[in-house]
Each structure stands twice: as C-alpha cells, then as structure tokens.
Design a protein around this ligand. Structure first.
Ligand code: NAG
Ligand code: NAG
Ligand code: NAG
Ligand code: NAG
Ligand code: NAG
Length: 653
C-alpha cells in the first residue's frame, strides 16, 4: 500500500516537467545573484512529500539560500520586509488562488519580490505568456511591483534548454499589462540580463498614465496666477510647487489632474484628516501638489518626498531702539563706575565737611575775621556741604566760596571730576540714544519685550499656534496674539508689514511674502535691522504623496532630478524675495516720549518727593510752634532758606 503510494507520487512528479532538482535551485540562486539583492526565499511548491521537501531544502542550503518551503502564502507577514522573495511554481493548481490572495493583501507592491516559475512547453506547444497575462490582467502589479516570470524551454542554444525571464507590470489601474524582457537563463552560463537598471528607472515612462494631484490655495484667485509670477506674496508655496509637480509628471511621461482645496489637512477631533492630507490618506489623489510641513502626526499618513521649498514663516520685526527696552540713563557707565562715583562723592563730602569746619574755626581768629566775614556769615553745616556737592555734580552751581587752601583744593577736585564725568556721560547718552538693541533673540525675549505681536491669517499658523504646548510659546499666543480670545492680531501681510514699519510690532508671516512687500514699500534705511525669530520650529515644507504609492520611487527620482538640474532653485529664487539688504543707516534717529520715559519718571518722582518734604516741613513747623511757643521760632529762620533750597533741588533732580 505504502509502496503503491510512493509509485503514484513518483509518477505525479515525473509528469510535472518543472522538476525541483539541482538545476531548479541553480536557477533561483543565479536569479538572486543577478536580478535581486540578497533575499530570503519563501517557496510555494506543490506535489512534494516530506522526503523530497527535505532533499530540496538540503540542496538550497548547500547553495547558501535562506529559505522556507510551504504550500500556502502567509498574508500576515510584514509588508515592508525588503528581503522577502516569494518563489511560486505557476503550474501548481493552487498557484492562481494563491496569487489572488497575495493581491488582495497588497503583497505585489514594493518591496516584496516575486519569482514565478513555469514550464513553457506543455504538450509540445509554446504556450507563451497567455497564462501569465490572464492571471495578472487585473491585479495590482503597478510600476513598483517586482513580478518576474521565468519560463522554460523557449529557446534552445547549443543543445541546452534556455529559460526566458520576463517581468510584468501595469503603469496604472486602467492600463494594460506590459511585459519587459529581463534576459535568459541557461544551466551552464547563468543569467544573462538585458537591463540591470533598477525598476524605478526602467519603468519611468508611464505612457501618459493620468495621476491625480491637489493644490492648496488660501486665495481662490491663485488659480489664475500659477505661472505668471503675479501676486507673489499670495500662496507662494503653491506657485513654487506647481511647476515642480509638472516637471515630475513630465519626466514620468504622465499626465496630471489637479483638484483644489483650501487646507493642507489636519486631524479632526474624531481622528479623520481633512484637506490635502485627507485626500492622500483616502487615496483620492496620488501626489500632493503643494508642500506640507513635516510633523509627527502626519508620518505614516502620507509619504514625504525630499523636495523642499524655501518657505518659512517666522516673527519678523525691526530692531527697537535701545532706549525703548531699557533705561539708557543708567547705561553710559558700568555699575562699578557708578559705585566709584558714589564713593568719590561721599569722600568729597567728608573732606569738604572737615575743611569747611577748619576754615570756619581759622576764620574766627581775630586778625582775619573782617576779611572772612565778607564771604561768610555763619558756619557751614553738613547740609550746606551736601548742597555744594549736589550743585557741582548736577552742573548747577552753589553759593559757597572757599577761601582757604584745603577747602579750595577739595572744591576744585570736585568741579574737575564733575566736568569730566559730565562730558563722558553726555557723549555716551547721545550714542546710546541712536543705537538699536539686538537683545531680542528668542521667543522668551519676544514675550517679555514691549513689542506688540500679530500674525498672518493663514490656516497653518492658526492651527499650529492653537496647538503650541510649551509654556513660552503658549504664553506668546495667549497673552500677545489672542488675549482673551481677541481676534484683532490676525491680519493680512500688507497690514502687518505696515505696522512693523510704523510701530513697535513683530509680525508672524511667510518670509518671502513679507519681504516682497518690504521691498516695495519701505524706505532704504527702514530695511535695516530687520530681525527674525522662528517659533514654529519646522523644517521647510516638502512634497507629499500616498503611503505605499506605486509611483513613490519614480517620483522621488524625478524630484531629485528637479533639484539637481536647478529647476528647484529657479522657482525658489523667482518667487521668494530674499531678506532686503541694509545699505547704511541714516545719521539721525527720531526720539519720542517712549525713549525719554525714564527721565520723565525721575522728574515725576522728584516732584512727588518735594511735595512730601513740603508737607513734612509744614507739619514740623506746626508741631514745634505748638510745643515751644511763638518766641522760639525766630532762631530757626536761619535754617529755613536751606530747607527751601533742598525742596527746589529735589524738584529739578
Ligand atoms: C497546442 O497548440 C494547438 C494549436 O495551436 C492547440 O490546438 C492545442 O490546444 C495546444 N495544446 C495545449 C496543451 O495548449
Ligand atoms: C487585486 O487587488 C486590487 C486592489 O487591491 C483590486 O482592485 C483587484 O480587483 C484585485 N485583482 C484581483 C484579480 O483580485
Ligand atoms: C509618452 O507616452 C506616449 C504614449 O505611450 C508615447 O507615445 C510617447 O513616446 C512617450 N513619450 C516619451 C517622451 O517617452
Ligand atoms: C469627523 O468630523 C468632521 C468634521 O469635523 C466630519 O466632517 C466627519 O464626517 C467626521 N467623521 C466621522 C467618521 O465622524
Ligand atoms: C476669529 O476669526 C476667525 C476667522 O475670521 C473666526 O473663525 C473665529 O470665530 C473668530 N474668533 C473670535 C473669538 O471672534
């Protein structure tokens, strides 16, 4: 019984012309060596019992092939496994159902490879490719697929049977099956390949297959100005990418159909994508016609093509004057110099006190008293000395006249020092008043600066601003752009550029658009000191296409060509205005009230202090008057003028 089964089985094997022998293994090995990169073989064969499977497996192992032999295709395997080569005997009964199953689970798209083997001579007839053609006529074997068919017995070269190797693919879903000749295989000489270029190069000509694409336009009028370089500040990214997509389609010999949408596409709350990204995800279009930001949420939803547009949005503003962001009245001297001046003045005050006292005592002596009394009626008090120092340092003058050498030395020293300090202070202040500050460099500086903020009203800015997570940028939006849901900070580029020119204002806009209007409207000196701060922190936008698109490799190749041949730079430089160059500042700067803010504050506080002193004096008079009676107030009148003097000095400090 067992013997009978064995015999039957042998008969069955011998009826199958495609023998799984060493020549079969040699064919696979040679094909892998020439046509495929290193791979792991999954062989789907039939009419094999266990012994023969083991024998075949041993043969394959001897040739160094990593392999598995099975009867059914496993559809749960990793579709991205780039080492998988599926070898199938087309003469098996289950071959066609197995191919259908593989088709249904998308196993014909890259990077999976197929090697189909068949006996080309059944019953002496050359059956040609009709079987293969019938099978693959409506399968998803698009240009990225690698379906290679090897048929035996077609040619006889010097007595040996040659195998013919072909590949089949369809340029698009509505196109006929095409057959490529890949070469021949003979047992002795191995594979003779016709064309060793990679698939994406060989199948570049799609024969006018229609691809679908989509353009994003925030302004409907853009459709009329896609190629005429009009209104470059409106939708520049659409206008830059449109010719690129046409170049790419041209290189693939494809025609392209455009749809129009108003959004790049973001995820809704229920998880669906809208706009262009949604169309790509739903496979309504093949390639996105307008560059898109590379963000983590979109990875896996769309595939990115390395063709960047130099379009970047950031906060743009003119460097503010130094005096508007800090107290320039403190800036001429460093902190240590201020301290030194303070110490010096205290020292002078002390010396003056001592020398004036000494002068008074010496002056009281009889022989010089008369001369001395021409100048001085009374002894110098400490507050008199203070007024002398204050008068000298504030360049105001005073009534004290030293007549002895020590006090003259002290006052001379004071006056010369005050003169020098005054000269350097005023010189510095003049320079500082005209200088701008570059202290605003980060989003945090922007947040704490006196600059008002605004943003160009485009869909992507609104989306990303709403989704900022980190505290600084969140605060930028919540406190400066949309305080309490206020909507006025979203505006057109034209208005933003005008406000940057006239106010302390930073505007978030697409750089090319902003600079185009700057070039047209700003005076030469107003183009100086323009600063940028990036808060979006994104790469430049790049083209997108469907995930696992059959045209992915071909499009990526074409995109490389577009950038290597300079077509990318051409559109970039024609549509994006560069940051204007600064050709020298003019010599004068307008100073307004904001610049003198701290001086006004000082005057205000001085006036307030003088009122307080006045009130205190008034109170003091009343209290003393009531305590000592009327008669005692007369001697104090000596001091009164001095107190008044303090009051006045404070008022003008
Ligand atoms: C062989 O070819 C003949 C004529 O072309 C055809 O009638 C016959 O069916 C073919 N045999 C096979 C097995 O295909
Ligand atoms: C192959 O798959 C594609 C898409 O998955 C489908 O449209 C087509 O009908 C399938 N072909 C066959 C023969 O099942
Ligand atoms: C593009 O495809 C058409 C149709 O297949 C063909 O006639 C034409 O020669 C192709 N053009 C190029 C440049 O290959
Ligand atoms: C998801 O939300 C959008 C609008 O926000 C709506 O158009 C769409 O139908 C929703 N999809 C589902 C599956 O609920
Ligand atoms: C702000 O303006 C946008 C578009 O103009 C509008 O959709 C939104 O409702 C407005 N928000 C408020 C708070 O007015």
């Amino acid at each position: 019984m067992l013997l009978l089964a064995r015999v039957l089985c042998l008969l069955a094997v011998s009826a199958n012309v495609l023998a799984y022998d060493s020549s079969f293994v040699q064919l696979i090995d040679d094909a892998i060596a020439v046509l495929f990169p290193p791979v792991r073989v999954s062989a789907y064969l039939c009419r094999l019992d266990q012994d023969e499977t083991i024998r075949l497996s041993r043969l394959m192992s001897r040739s160094g092939l990593a392999h598995e032999i099975r009867a059914e295709v496993r559809t749960d395997r990793d579709l991205w496994d780039h080492r998988a080569l599926h070898v199938l005997d087309l003469d098996c009964d289950h071959a066609v159902p197995l191919l259908r199953a593989a088709n249904a689970s998308g196993m014909f798209s890259a990077p999976t490879r197929w090697l189909l083997l068949r006996d080309g001579t059944i019953g002496g007839n050359v059956t040609d490719e009709t079987v293969v053609e019938r099978t693959f006529r409506d399968m998803a074997v698009y240009p990225d697929s690698e379906v290679t068919v090897a048929s035996s017995g077609l040619e006889v070269e010097d007595g040996s049977i040659a195998w013919r190797i072909t590949s089949v693919y369809r340029p698009g879903p509505f196109r006929e099956l095409l057959t490529e000749n890949r070469g021949t295989w003979t047992a002795g000489r191995g594979v003779r390949a016709v064309d060793l270029r990679p698939t994406s190069r060989r199948r570049r000509d799609l024969g006018r297959t229609t691809l679908k694409s989509c353009l994003v336009m925030t302004d409907p009028d853009t459709i009329n100005h896609l190629t005429d370089y009009e209104n470059k500040h409106i939708d520049p990214i659409t206008k830059v990418n449109y010719p690129w997509v046409l170049h790419i389609a041209n290189r693939m010999n494809a025609t392209i159909e455009f749809r129009v949408t108003d959004s790049w596409g973001y995820r809704d709350r229920n998880g669906t994508w809208n706009g262009m990204t949604g169309m790509l995800q739903r496979r309504e279009i093949d390639i996105g016609g307008t560059g898109t930001f590379f963000i983590p949420q979109r990875i896996g939803v769309v595939d990115y093509v390395q063709l960047y547009s130099r379009s970047r949005a950031c906060f743009i503003f003119r460097q503010p004057l130094l005096s508007t962001v800090s107290n320039i009245f403190m800036l001429p001297f460093q902190r240590s110099v201020w301290t030194a001046i303070g110490v010096f003045l205290l020292l002078v005050l002390a010396l003056l006190f001592v020398s004036a006292k000494w002068e008074y005592r010496r002056g009281m002596s009889a022989h010089s008293a008369e001369y001395w009394q021409q100048f001085h009626q009374s002894e110098q008090t400490f507050s008199d000395n203070f007024m002398v120092v204050l008068g000298a340092i504030a360049q105001q003058g005073y009534s004290y006249e030293p007549y002895r050498v020590p006090s003259r030395i002290v006052t001379l020293m004071l006056l010369i020092a005050a003169l020098n300090l005054y000269a350097s202070y005023t010189a510095n202040i003049v320079a500082l008043l005209q200088s701008t500050t570059d202290s605003i460099k980060t989003p945090a500086d922007l947040l704490h600066s006196p600059l008002k903020l605004g943003a160009q009203d485009v869909v992507y800015s609104r989306h990303y601003f709403k989704n900022f997570q980190d505290p600084v940028r969140r605060a930028l939006v919540d406190e400066k752009i949309e305080p309490k849901g206020h909507n006025g900070s979203w505006m057109t580029v034209e208005e933003g550029v005008r406000r940057v020119r006239n106010e302390l204002f930073a505007f978030h806009a697409e750089r090319g658009a902003f600079y185009k209007i700057v070039q047209e409207t700003y005076l030469e000196e107003e183009k100086c000191g323009i600063m940028e701060i990036d808060v979006l922190n994104m790469l430049d936008p790049l083209l997108v296409m469907q995930t696992r698109s059959p045209y992915s490799e071909i499009v990526k190749n074409a995109a490389l060509t577009v950038s290597e041949t300079g077509l990318q730079t051409r559109e970039d430089s024609r549509l994006y205005t560069k940051k204007p160059e600064c050709h020298g500042r003019t010599s004068f700067v307008r100073i307004g009230l904001t610049e003198c803010y701290f001086a006004l504050v000082a005057v205000g506080y001085g006036a307030l202090l003088s009122l307080v002193v006045l009130a205190a004096e008034f109170l003091w008079c009343r209290v003393e008057g009531s305590m000592f009676g009327r008669g005692l107030t007369t001697p104090r009148s000596e001091i009164d003028p001095v107190d008044h003097e303090i009051e006045i000095e404070n008022g003008s400090a």
